[in-house]
Ligand binder design. Structure first.
Ligand SMILES: Nc1ncnc2c1ncn2[C@@H]1O[C@H](COP(=O)(O)OP(=O)(O)OP(=O)(O)O)[C@@H](O)[C@H]1O
Ligand SMILES: [Mg+2]
Length: 225
């Protein structure tokens, strides 16, 4: 489902060059629950941003669901992200002036869905992530863990091929972090959605079905458990 071939990424700022990825090969199957780990600066976020079509590689190819994303225009990439990908961020990234319901249903509205279908799908996924009864609250009226549940609902409501999560538990206490991870595990099992997340957190690594270690922009270990 995701094929990453000889991917490099070099950032150039002024006269400084950083080789963030130096030739990554990775094949990710549908339904995997995969964690990318590695020290700070090893290239985790860079790799997730490339898979998420938020940035372009310097060289090499990335195929998602059979499509070479490097060959797409900006507009095509925006549409591809909207239809096929879900994102969960370290800092939740909810829209503060929208309620939980609106933060989730907004992504369906962008896909031109409305009326009872939009409402039913939004309520169903909010219930699944354990937020029934809280749908009219604003992000500031929710705990960190509850906000991350909204973000997970938002990522999943459109039934994406792939969910990308960059350090999804980094801003949560360990108990809440583990709850969030178990929730993602359940959703992965139930919907067969592919999850790729990055982490520093040992607990998160322990839950992964496959652990890919990055070091200085290269994959140094790839183990399934
Ligand atoms: N937009 C950018 N411009 C220039 N250099 C960047 C940019 N983004 C990342 N880098 C550099 O690329 C390297 C890899 O960064 P990246 O953010 O991918 O690491 P990471 O593994 O996610 O680290 P962390 O665990 O701290 O989040 C680092 O040396 C970083 O300084
Ligand atoms: Mg990072």
């Amino acid at each position: 489902m995701i094929k990453i071939e000889k991917v490099t990424k070099t950032y150039i700022t002024g006269d400084q060059k950083v080789e963030a990825l130096r030739g990554v090969d990775l094949f990710i199957d549908k339904g995997e629950f995969l964690s990318i780990a590695g020290p700070s600066g090893s290239g985790k976020t860079t790799l997730l941003n490339l898979i998420g079509c938020l940035d372009k590689s310097t060289s090499g190819d990335i195929f998602i669901s059979g499509e070479n994303v490097g060959e797409k225009s900006k507009n095509e990439l925006a549409l591809f992200r909207r239809q096929k990908l879900g994102f969960v961020f370290q800092t939740f990234n909810l829209i503060p002036v929208l309620t939980a319901f609106e933060n989730v249903s907004f992504t369906l509205a962008l896909l031109s869905m409305n009326g009872s279908e939009l409402k039913d799908r939004t309520m169903k996924i909010l219930k699944e992530v354990g937020l029934e009864g809280m749908e009219h609250r604003f992000p500031r009226e929710l705990s960190g863990g509850q906000q991350q549940r909204v973000a997970i609902a938002r990522a999943l409501v459109k039934d994406p091929d792939l969910v990308l999560a960059d350090e999804p538990t980094a801003n949560l206490d360990s108990v809440t972090g583990e709850e969030i991870l178990k929730l993602m595990e359940n959703l992965n099992r139930k919907h067969q959605t592919t999850f790729v997340f990055s982490t520093h957190d040992k607990m998160v690594m322990d839950h992964a079905k496959r652990l890919v270690l990055l070091h200085d922009g290269l994959v140094t270990k790839d183990e399934r458990r």
